[in-house]
Design a protein around this ligand. Structure first.
Ligand code: ZN
Length: 329
């Protein structure tokens, strides 16, 4: 049985979002700091700007191209694709509205109609899953993660079930549902050793908190990876939630301050994780005793999910107060 999720598109979506395209796309790519290596026909080729983030490897060959008429970009290696505004959002790390404004300032507005006028093109864009709607019925195609996969990460079946973590048998991928504050399914993350994808592509993770619906109050432990929440649960540590990365949003922190007595920040044990933790320490200086930091001790594990049960319990039990914690470079 093949388990390809059915494609359901939200009608009327086009009215709610705009897709301006810059007048001069190669110039706009340069403004974004992206190097165009060659232009063949109407495709500008270069190195994929999101390749490392999505695959863990640099794009050594120019796998990525951007159409100089439509602004649609695509990496044939990691499938990073979308409309030009999405590229601006990702590269500059700004909101969709800000990105639309950024493109408009580059003479984009008059080309909106041209793009929207081509029904087929828009269908293709939808087909590229930028705006797919994901439903619970789609999730029903996925199964309980198999023993081999769970064993590699030290996850029990009960913990996967607790967090609603699933498995795509046809592609050997972890499926981690993303829900809004009220529990409504927004999409999910797909992950294996090589690929890491959000579906839909443009999902706003900063307004969601993985594990929030399982959280029973008391101490929350904030991790980067959703799968690591299940790892903590598997060794008997409750209250793990995930921000889906080192970029913890104010929305996520405020939700936690609202529902948790204590937040233990357990971001990754690497440069990005330390930097993010340091910034959060400063940003929430006034929260004093309600904020603490996971204690990695002398461990060089890349994150809490890679640690043993004893190490995880140590990290939580011997958490550090903001006054005591130091982040090395
Ligand atoms: Zn790529």
């Amino acid at each position: 049985m093949t388990s390809v999720p059915s494609r359901r598109f939200k009608r009327g979506w086009l009215e709610t979002r705009e897709y301006p395209v810059p007048a001069d796309i190669p110039a706009a790519l340069a403004d974004l700091g992206l190097q165009v290596m060659r232009i063949i026909g109407d495709e500008a080729n270069g190195k994929c700007p999101k390749h490392f983030e999505r695959t863990g490897k640099e794009d050594r060959h120019p796998s990525w191209s951007c159409n100089t008429n439509t602004g649609v970009f695509n990496c044939f290696s990691c499938m990073y694709t979308g409309p030009f505004v999405q590229l601006v959002v990702d590269v500059l790390d700004i909101s969709w509205d800000e990105a639309v404004e950024w493109v408009r300032q580059r003479g984009g507005i008059e080309r909106v109609n041209k793009i929207l006028g081509r029904g087929k093109y828009i269908d293709e864009l939808l087909e590229e899953q930028a705006v797919q709607i994901f439903t619970e019925a789609d999730l029903a195609l996925y199964t309980t993660p198999p023993l081999e996969a769970r064993r590699k990460r030290g996850l029990t079946e009960a913990s996967c079930k607790y967090y609603g973590i699933l498995w795509d048998k046809s592609r050997d991928m972890w499926i981690t549902p993303i829900r809004d504050r009220n529990g409504k399914l927004l999409g999910w993350q797909e992950k294996n050793e090589r690929v890491f994808k959000n579906r839909p592509f443009s999902i706003e993770k900063s307004k969601t908190l993985f594990g929030f619906h399982q959280f029973e109050g008391g101490t929350a432990i904030l991790l980067e990876s959703p799968l690591d929440c299940a790892r903590l649960h598997s060794v008997g540590v409750k209250g793990a939630v995930s921000s889906y990365g080192a970029a913890v949003s104010d929305w996520q922190m405020q939700l936690l301050f609202e529902y948790a007595d204590l937040i233990i920040l357990a971001l990754d044990n690497d440069r990005d994780g330390w930097k993010a933790a340091q910034q959060l320490k400063q940003r929430y200086r006034g929260m004093g005793r309600r904020l603490a930091f996971y204690n990695y001790g002398a461990s060089d594990a890349k994150d809490a999910g890679d640690q043993s049960g004893d190490e995880i319990r140590f990290g939580v039990d011997h958490r550090l107060s903001p006054l005591r914690v130091r982040f090395s470079e």
